[in-house]
Design a binder for this molecule. Structure first.
Ligand code: PLP
Length: 462
């Protein structure tokens, strides 16, 4: 397959249909770095700019219509701009409320109560991004344990904050690469990397560093690492080892929280963390994230006491913003009340997409495996990863495969297939994306038809 020729052709077609976006991109690039503020949104040759987003669909400023599986960084379980939240916020604003006040809004209490009941933890504190929440969770762990080391898995993306910017996607024979400039030099040695779902490696790391490990931060469903669920045995071992060595277990459920059922994934596994980080879906489309967990740990951020023993998880002009709290509360309440309707449907569509995509590519002699498959514990998985394999493997089970260019064709997944699908009117990310409750069976079929069209074309290119 001549990837360069395919990409050149895709870019030519994309340019033809995105004239307004190209003009806007050039203008935006005069003021913003590469025309925007989040690198993932700024794909090649230039991003399209949305004019309207509703349910499963996006319309861009050139009038192109897409079925969208990116869905707000996978946050939108109900699709874009669901009426339930929009109407509630309009009413709130019509009453002259909703903007920043600087007071602890009543909806903060409602949202806290709702979440804690579902995830079975003691206390919660809100802020505005998953990144900030993982940072505060780690600061709490370090202060509580009075230790320095952070253990994380290769492939774990916990936002762009100093304690976790190692071993994310850069696979260069070692999994231990720092992935940002500008960090304190001791970060290199303070972040320890282990392998996802690898019990032996986890035991080894605890044997070697256990007494110094403040926390093990892990996604029970790894998102950017390739849409893979952790095995129960692995999480059980993580719980056991952290207890044994006096380290804290942090579950990062920014992606998985309220994505597979109306709660956190760990409650399905029956394994309780010391702290849990939530984000994305919990804001109902507004910027909300949270650290929840044991009261004795979170108590470290309450006022009073010796400053050197306290964690400054207390800033944030916009933390627990009134409109965000109301949006989050409205949304989660709806997800909880309609849990049996929403999750089985999106899980079933997810399964259909995964199975059929593998089959389509196989029929055309292209070696593709999907991820996102549920298991005996998580029945309704709406996430789909599509991976183009350079070698025959039965199943993708770890981020080391997902990001190793010798095993998976990362360029084909992240750039070429994305643009090919866009040119067919389907917006995907990391090989496909997340299905929302707004997607219809017909739209799923149209998306599979687009995959088939691309697979057929690529099978003829030698
Ligand atoms: C698992 C996980 N943790 C944390 C974050 C950071 O969240 P945010 O982008 O809201 O800062 C992300 C973002 O994608 C994530 O996937």
């Amino acid at each position: 397959m001549d990837k360069k020729a395919i990409m050149d052709e895709l870019i030519k077609n994309y340019r033809k249909n995105h004239k307004n976006s190209e003009t806007l991109f050039k203008e935006a690039s005069k003021y913003l770095i590469r025309g925007g503020s989040h690198n993932l949104r700024l794909f090649e040759p230039f991003p399209f700019y949305d004019a309207e987003c509703k349910g499963s669909k996006v319309i861009d400023i050139d009038g192109n219509v897409y079925i969208d599986f990116w869905q707000g960084h996978f946050a939108n379980i109900l699709g874009h701009n669901p009426d339930i939240v929009i109407k509630t916020l309009i009413d709130f604003f019509n009453k002259g409320q909703g903007l920043q006040t600087g007071f602890p809004s009543i909806y903060q209490k409602e949202l806290a109560k709702l979440i804690l009941k579902r995830i079975k933890l003691e206390k919660i504190r809100f802020t505005t991004s998953g990144t900030l929440s993982t940072m505060y969770a780690i600061m709490l762990a370090k202060a509580y344990t009075k230790r320095e080391l952070v253990l994380k898995v290769f492939g774990g993306w916990h936002g762009a904050q100093p304690y976790v910017l190692k071993g994310i996607t850069t696979y260069e024979r070692t999994l231990n690469k720092i992935e940002s400039a500008g960090l304190p030099s001791h970060m290199e040695s303070q972040i320890i990397i282990t392998r996802f779902n690898d019990v032996e490696d986890l035991e080894e790391k605890f044997k070697k560093y256990g007494e110094q490990i403040a926390c093990f931060i892990i996604e029970p469903f790894i998102g950017a690492g390739g849409f893979i669920f952790a095995n129960k045995e692995y999480l059980k071992k993580a719980r056991k080892l952290t207890k044994e060595y006096g380290s804290l277990l942090i579950f990062d459920e920014v992606v998985s929280g309220f994505r597979f059922h109306a709660g956190a994934v760990y409650t399905l596994y029956g394994i309780k963390p010391d702290l849990c980080v939530l984000g994305k879906a919990v804001g109902g489309g507004m910027p909300v994230s949270a650290v929840a967990g044991r009261e004795d740990i979170l108590e470290l951020c309450s006022p009073g006491g010796k400053p050197e023993e306290k964690v400054k998880f207390s800033g944030g002009t916009f933390s627990a913003h009134p409109a965000s709290m109301l949006a989050g509360f409205t949304y989660l309440k709806y997800l909880i009340e309609n849990e049996n309707k929403i999750y089985p449907k999106i899980g079933k569509l997810g399964e259909k997409v995964r199975v059929e995509i593998e089959g389509i590519f196989k029929n055309y002699g292209i070696n593709v495996k999907c991820t996102g498959y549920g298991n005996s514990i998580v029945k309704h998985s709406s996430c789909v990863g599509v991976h183009f394999l350079n070698e025959e493997i039965e199943k993708i089970t770890a981020p080391e495969q997902v990001w190793n260019p010798e095993i998976c064709d990362v360029e084909l997944r992240e750039k070429i297939f994305k643009l090919a699908m866009l040119n067919e009117g389907i917006n995907i990310f990391h090989g496909f994306g997340a299905i929302s409750f707004a997607h219809t069976e017909e739209e799923i079929q149209s998306s599979l038809d687009a995959v088939e069209k691309i697979a057929k074309k690529w099978s003829n290119i030698k």
